[in-house]
Write a protein that binds this ligand. Structure first.
Ligand code: ZN
Length: 137
């Protein structure tokens, strides 16, 4: 079994930002030479998310609004007693999950027609990273 690991760094301009990272994962897959296997894509932070869904601008706005509704920014989080101010970002990370596993078949990400991999930043404007680990043959 072969394995290939890469780290993608991000520093978003906004506090909340969603980035389609499918091209980076495809490029890591190409470098790996792996034809059959799995790719794990995992945010290395507790205030970010990784998910698979459509890259459609209306939907991305819907997701942002939905997350704001469920975990609004605000001062009333117990977590802020530690001096932090990002309670909402931790909850948004839980709602979107921190990682995905995607199938690799015949050297390609074996996705349905609209599936794309997203990095969701919920407490950005600083350097953060995503791990990609591809295993297989
Ligand atoms: Zn925190």
């Amino acid at each position: 079994m072969k394995s290939h690991t890469e780290y993608f760094w991000f520093e978003t301009k906004k506090k909340v930002e969603f980035i389609n990272i499918t091209p980076q994962v495809e490029s890591a897959l190409k470098k790996s030479g792996i034809r059959e296997g799995l790719a794990l894509v995992s945010a290395m932070h507790i205030t970010a998310g990784v998910w698979v869904n459509d890259d459609e601008s209306g939907l991305l706005q819907d997701i942002e609004e939905w997350l704001q509704k469920l975990a609004p920014e605000g001062p009333n989080y117990r977590h802020h007693r530690t001096g932090e101010t990002n309670g909402d970002a931790h909850l948004k990370s839980l709602l979107t999950h921190h990682q995905v596993t995607v199938p690799i078949t015949a050297g390609k990400i074996d996705f349905g027609p609209w599936q794309q991999i997203f990095y969701g930043e919920f407490d950005g404007q600083r350097r953060k990273r995503v791990l990609v680990k591809i295993i297989g043959e």
